[in-house]
Design a protein around this ligand. Structure first.
Ligand SMILES: Nc1ncnc2c1ncn2[C@@H]1O[C@H](COP(=O)(O)OP(=O)(O)OP(=O)(O)O)[C@@H](O)[C@H]1O
Length: 611
């Protein structure tokens, strides 16, 4: 039986080992020994999951629901530490697991097995009350040595910080299951199985039993989303696609699909296998319950499609003008667990589909975009009444904001026409000039800009490559994570309304390094501030009176006039006139902007001063 102590000591070693090769070898050795000690169990699979920093497989929607407050209470109960002692230890490391390590009582023997940890994790999502969940956590922690406690806590918080990504674990699985002078398991085969099954632990078992080729695609777990790289001009887009210098762009011809860039919520819809429908956001959360209108529409997708995975953008739609509603209006539908009928009527959601990831029992990712687009058009046509295609996109001036709601009251006859699936209009473009014209037209339709997608490109889940390019309004923004909150003044006294935020530092992937880059209080609505304030209270890591350090999980998109060098923040930069544009709960921490990006913006200003 493999022990959790094995995971803990491996994790400790990995956290101090800079070499990727050595890390991979160490993980592979641990997987091999877990497997050979108990080949019938899947201890090796659990080890793979835990070292990758995940308590459950990706295909498993369960959540531990063990946040900072629950875990710090457990630490205090077990160690007898006071609030002040825990705060001091936390301040020393900026990490709850490491803080617990300093305070933890020694344990004579280590007996906690991986399967016992898995059993407790499996019970936690079903705990009826926080007290029951706390009791389960404490029972596990009481049997832990300081090192086990450190990594159990980090695993439960989803914050391992040992410089290990899933891709490295996949490589280690392939190495572990390969036999010297015998069967070679290819990393590619492991990655493919993990993508289909969304389960590192199952893929580990398959690698050891030589059955990776039996991995089956299952619907109802999110695939990674393909992302786009930004460019500043049509010429730069053409230059990027053709790998030619920008001053030759006028002459160059490319083959790219162009679509409007809509400002909504990226989502993947899984449907058509049965009446089950699931929608996932970009950070792989299931969001189905926030969109009951889409759920109802997509439940009618017939089984004759063989199951579909569609990639697109959820938009609030103004059926009167045939245009998307501004993000600020549509944003009211995000994150709601129960959506009132009135909101559904005022802000109807549509799914603007632009890619096909799975159909007729087959993944479509490796087909070129041209072929995926043809297949998508055929499917949309087959779905008939569910879809309209193409959407009307005449160039009308956008309605004044104040009129939006009154225009949205549909008549019964209009309601019947409401089509919830729309096919994103797309056309092939060749030159910078064509892109320039399309960009102006997209902006006139009140969309953000345009997306360009190389016609022969494959769909690369989770990748931000050069196959997709976005050209949007030139407003400097950064996606940042809130690291602290401060009480406001006057009307906002007693409310945590002033937020300090950070970008990823160079050592983010090794140590979780975040570097503060600014502080802002303007831009959010009172309701948003009230929600963030309550959230910050509940997720305080360190209470310094007027200021609180909070768990770095809430992402903001912040606009600013320019970036200055500054001693005030750890990044060495500060934003001038920052304004919070929106809360980006759809974005995972790994995708926020980096110090490199801040430096790049700073440099571009130095080259071309901003007013
Ligand atoms: N036609 C479209 N094709 C692809 N993505 C689109 C389209 N229209 C809008 N989008 C949105 O643009 C995003 C791609 O831009 P990017 O990968 O840079 O995400 P981002 O960092 O959130 O960018 P942004 O802040 O510009 O939305 C997608 O995630 C999707 O939500």
């Amino acid at each position: 039986m493999a022990l959790f102590a094995d995971v803990a000591s491996l994790a400790e070693y990995l956290s101090g080992e800079p070499s990727r090769l050595k890390k991979r070898a160490a993980i592979a050795a641990a997987l091999r020994s877990a497997h050979s000690a108990a080949p019938a169990s899947n201890d090796a699979g659990l080890l793979a999951l835990y070292i990758a920093g995940t308590p459950f497989a990706e295909s498993d929607p369960r959540k531990l629901n063990a946040g900072g407050a629950l875990l710090s209470s457990a630490i205090k109960a077990i160690t007898g530490a006071t609030d002040a002692a825990l705060t001091t230890a936390y301040r020393r490391h900026g990490d709850m697991g490491a803080a617990a390590f300093d305070l933890w009582p020694l344990q004579a023997t280590v007996t906690l097995t991986l399967s016992e940890v898995a059993t407790t994790f499996a019970a936690m999502p079903f705990a009826k009350t926080t007290a029951v969940r706390g009791e389960l956590v404490q029972r596990l922690l009481r049997r832990s040595s300081p090192l086990e406690a450190k990594y159990l806590l980090k695993l439960m918080l989803g914050d391992m910080r040992i410089g290990v990504k899933q891709s490295l674990v996949e490589e280690a699985i392939a190495a572990a299951a390969s036999v010297e002078d015998g069967t070679q398991v290819l990393v590619k085969a492991v990655r493919h199985a993990v993508m289909l099954e969304a389960d590192l632990s199952r893929a580990t078992a398959m690698a050891f039993s030589g059955t990776l080729d039996q991995a089956m695609m299952r619907l109802f777990h999110p695939l990674g989303f393909m992302l786009a790289s930004p460019v500043e001009s049509p010429e730069e887009a053409v230059a990027r696609f053709s790998s030619k210098p920008i001053d030759e762009a006028e002459e160059v011809r490319v083959e790219a699909f162009l679509e409007d860039k809509y400002d909504g919520m990226r989502a993947q819809i899984h449907c058509g296998e049965s009446s089950r429908v699931a929608m996932y956001s970009r950070n792989k959360e299931e969001i189905t319950e926030s969109f009951p209108d889409l759920l109802e529409a997509f439940a009618s997708v017939p089984a004759s499609t063989g199951g579909l995975i569609l990639d697109g953008e959820i938009l609030g739609w103004d059926f009167a003008t045939g245009r998307a509603l501004p993000f600020a209006v549509m944003g009211q539908r995000i994150g709601r667990k129960r959506v009132q009928a009135e909101l559904l009527r005022k802000i109807p959601a549509v799914f603007m589909v632009f890619d096909l990831l799975y159909s007729a029992g087959e993944l479509q990712l490796d087909k070129p975009l041209k072929a995926r687009r043809n297949a998508l058009e055929a499917i949309v046509e087959q779905l008939g009444t569910l879809a309209t295609s193409p959407i009307p996109i005449e160039d009308r001036t956008p309605p004044a904001q104040a009129d939006l709601f009154s225009q949205l009251e549909p008549t019964a006859a209009e309601e019947e026409k409401f089509a919830r699936l729309m096919l994103s209009p797309s056309r092939l473009v060749e030159s910078a000039e064509e892109i320039d014209r399309a960009y102006a037209a997209a902006r006139a339709r009140a969309n953000e800009g345009v997306m360009l997608k190389a016609a022969n490109s494959h769909y690369q889940p989770g990748r931000r490559g050069l196959a997709w390019i976005k050209l949007k309004r030139e407003l400097a923004t950064l996606d940042v994570v809130i690291t602290g909150a401060e009480f406001g003044h006057g009307r906002r006294a007693g409310i945590l309304s002033d937020y300090t935020f950070a970008v990823c530092g160079p050592a983010f992937h090794q140590t979780g390094e975040l570097l503060n880059v600014g502080k802002a209080y303007s831009g959010l609505t009172d309701a948003e501030i009230a929600e963030l304030s309550a959230w910050a209270m509940a997720h305080t890591l360190e209470d310094q009176g007027h200021f609180r350090t909070v768990e770095p999980i809430r992402i903001l998109e912040v606009a600013f006039n320019n970036i200055m060098r500054s001693e005030r923040h750890a990044s060495g930069f500060a934003m001038r006139f920052p304004r919070i544009l929106r809360i980006r709960d759809d974005k995972p921490l790994e995708e926020i902007d980096t110090l490199d990006r801040v430096e790049e913006i700073y440099q571009s200003q130095v080259d071309k001063p901003v007013e």
